[in-house]
Write a protein that binds this ligand. Sequence first.
Ligand code: SF4
Ligand code: SF4
Length: 333
Amino acid sequence: MLTPEHVKKILEDYTINLRFHARGGQGGVTASNLCVEAFYGYGVCQPMFGAERMGSPTESYVRLSKNADLVRSNEQVYGPHFVSVLDPSLLTEVDVTAGIPKGGWLIVNTEMDQLTIQDTVKRKDINIATIDATRIALEVLGRNITNTIILGALVRVSHLFTFEELSDAIMKRFKGEVAGKNVQAIKQAIEETCIYDIGIDPDFTLDSKVPWQQVNLGLPGYKDLDKAGVWYCDEDAIPVGSDQVNTGSWGEWDVIWDEETCTDCALCWHICPDFAIIRNKGEDGLWHMAGIDSFHCKSCLNCLEICPVHAIDKKLKQGPAACAVPEDQEGGN
Ligand code: SF4
Ligand code: SF4
C-alpha cells in the first residue's frame, strides 16, 4: 500500500499519471482540473472527447510532479498509475485498464465488489478501489455528478493531495452551497471507499507509450458520403449507423412505461431525443405507444417530465453497494 512519504519521494523525480473515464456531462474533465488545482506541485491535464454528446464516453489525462520539467508533455497519458471510472457501464464499453502497469490502481464508481471488477476487466495484477459515488451524488448533491466524489476515493488510495487540499480547490472553483455539498460528498467518499490491495505498488519510472496502430473500423471515407457528409442507416449501402450505438448504457435510470395508465397522447414520442419511444401500427391503422426501447433510451427523463398522466417512471440501474470484498478472500480492507 502506498504511503504519503513514498508518494512524496516518487514525485521528486518522476511524474504520477492519471486517467479519468467518464461520460459527457459527468464532469470527468473538471475532475482532472481539480487534481491539478489540489496538487501542491506542478501539473497538466488534457481532455479527449469523442462524439460530443451528453452521455458519450470521454477521457481526460493528468500528469503531476514536483519537478516542473517533467510535466511539459501535452500528449495523452498512455501508462496511467491511477485510473478513475466515473460510470460503471464504461467497464465493458471502453478498455479502462489499457496501459495500467502491474500494481496500478483502478478506482470505480460501482456497487460491485472488487473481485467482480477484477474478473470484469480481466486484470488480477492491479489494485482496485470502489465507491458507490452514484448513490452519494444523488443523496448529497441531488444529481448524478460523480466527479468530485471519485476524487475522494483517489485521496484515499493515492496520497497525491489531502482532503484539505482538495477541499480548498473545490471552494475556489465552486461557490456557496454547491461547494459545501461537494466537500461533504468527498468526505463521505473517503470514509466509504473500499480497497482491494494486491500488495504490489506500480513502477512509477514507467510512462510507456503503446505503439501507434492503424485501426480500421470499416467506416466509409469522405468520398462515400453524400455532400452533406451524412451517414444514412441503410444496411444495404453502409452497414453502420447510430441505431447500432447502445445509448441505453449511457444513463443511470431504467425508464419504465405503465401501459394501463398511458392515454396514448404521444407527447413522449415527440420529445424523445433518441427515438426510444416505440410505437406500433394497430389494426385501426393508427400508431400506438408500445413501450420504451431500452437499447437506445439514455434516461434523459424528458418523457417522464412531459407525460401528463405519470405513465412513465424511473428506477436506478445500480443496486445497493457491495463494497466489501468477501471475507474469505485475502487482500481486502
Ligand atoms: S428517458 Fe424517455 S425521452 Fe429520454 S431517451 Fe429515454 S425514452 Fe427517450
Ligand atoms: S406521454 Fe404518457 S400518456 Fe402520453 S403516450 Fe407517453 S406515456 Fe402515454
